[in-house]
Design a protein around this ligand. Structure first.
Ligand SMILES: [Zn+2]
Length: 372
């Protein structure tokens, strides 16, 4: 059994260090020193270069204790979302939350704190295990860039455990959707709105008409869509010649994802045609879906480990992308394990101290079960 208070103290220390996406240097340096202090050599990769970040992914390794055992990757991400500067964690009984004007950053520093607890335990008790790569990634929240820009030829892992899940120990996230980033540039025609409105074509009106017709939000059990940003226009008295609309769509089913993207484009195209504007569409794949079946060896291992500790095993489909999408895309089976966190990306975000300890117990049990 882990000392949950100790993990909580380290979590509070971690969340006090600002580490917005692309600005992970201070956090990375602290983690690197701490790993070196445990006798584990560390190094950084170049994953920050393409995104102009401060520092790359932080790597370390616990050498395997015996030959022929599976190699494992333990992963959590170092970056947090906004508002995430000057976080002051507050502990009330079992709950850790922020002062209320920032997120807490338990996503994903609870994952990092749990990994540290388990790494110390492994170093102390030396149970049988294969090589364990410890990887703390950058820029997960803004596009999984740390995972995307790893050198996959530089290491070998039979599977990955991504500590970036919710509260309940025993919950295993075994699937996540594909996501598309969608951008629409609408071009109309400028004109003085009071003198010659007949000569103008309003790009904003075209956007509004198109968006009004779109099915958005939850489309079905597997699919969601959102328009998140709209910008355009020049002045109150100018018919707006341009408008940019940005959104996204996600689905566990690639065909449904395509259909939703087509639907959104068609709505805008029709609106543009009606008033004489033109449309340019940008469609970028953010990440691809994955789904490990319930009888996948990695899922079975995590299920057995939950049973062993008396937790209710629950395989869940996640609604968002994570580094696990990228590992699965690169042929490393990856599941997401819980971290004791709830309400990530909100000012209400919290971590349960008791769950932190139980999630560490759970991670250690999964690692042990993997060796059988
Ligand atoms: Zn996360």
């Amino acid at each position: 059994m882990f000392d949950a208070d100790k993990i909580a103290d380290e979590l509070c220390e971690f969340v006090r260090i600002d580490s917005l996406s692309g600005h992970e240097l201070n956090m990375a340096q602290l983690l690197s020193q701490r790993l070196e202090g445990l006798g584990l050599p560390t190094h950084f990769d170049d994953a920050h270069r393409p995104i102009d970040g401060e520092v790359g992914n932080l790597w370390s390794k616990i050498e395997g204790t015996g030959p022929g055992l599976p190699t494992l990757m333990l992963n959590a991400h170092m970056d947090t979302v906004k508002p995430g500067c000057g976080i002051e964690p507050i502990r009330e009984g079992d709950t850790i939350r922020s002062g209320g004007d920032t997120i807490l950053g338990g996503d994903d520093k609870a994952g990092i704190a749990i990994i540290f607890a388990v790494v110390r335990e492994l170093l102390e008790t030396k149970p049988p295990h294969g090589d364990i790569h410890i990887v703390f990634t950058i820029a997960e929240e803004v596009g999984l860039f740390g995972a995307k820009h790893m050198d996959y030829d530089s290491f070998r892992a039979d599977c990955a455990l991504v500590l970036d899940g919710g509260r309940e120990p025993g919950t295993i996230t075994t699937a996540a959707p594909s996501a598309l980033r969608l951008g629409y540039d609408i071009t109309g025609k400028a004109a003085h709105s009071g003198v010659k409105p007949e000569e103008g074509v309003s790009a904003i009106q075209a956007a509004a008409k198109g968006i009004a017709k779109m099915k958005l939000g939850r489309i079905d059990a597997e699919t969601t869509a959102n328009i998140g940003i709209i910008s355009g226009g020049q002045a109150r008295n100018i018919i707006p010649p341009d408008c940019r609309v940005e959104g996204e769509a996600r689905s566990h089913d690639p065909e449904k994802l395509d259909a939703q993207a087509r639907h959104m484009r068609d709505c805008l195209q029709q609106a543009c045609d009606e008033i004489g504007a033109t449309l340019e569409v940008e469609k970028i794949s953010s990440y691809r879906a994955f789904a490990l079946p319930d009888d996948h060896p990695l899922v079975s291992v995590a299920t057995d480990a939950a049973h062993e500790l008396g937790f209710e095993p629950k395989a869940e489909r996640g609604g968002g992308g994570s580094d696990a999408n990228i590992y699965n895309e690169h042929g490393i089976p990856a599941i997401i394990l819980p971290t004791g966190s709830a309400d990530p990306h909100t000012l209400k975000e919290s971590v349960s101290v008791r769950s932190l300890g139980r999630c560490a117990d759970y991670l250690l049990a999964v690692i042990a079960e993997l060796q059988h």
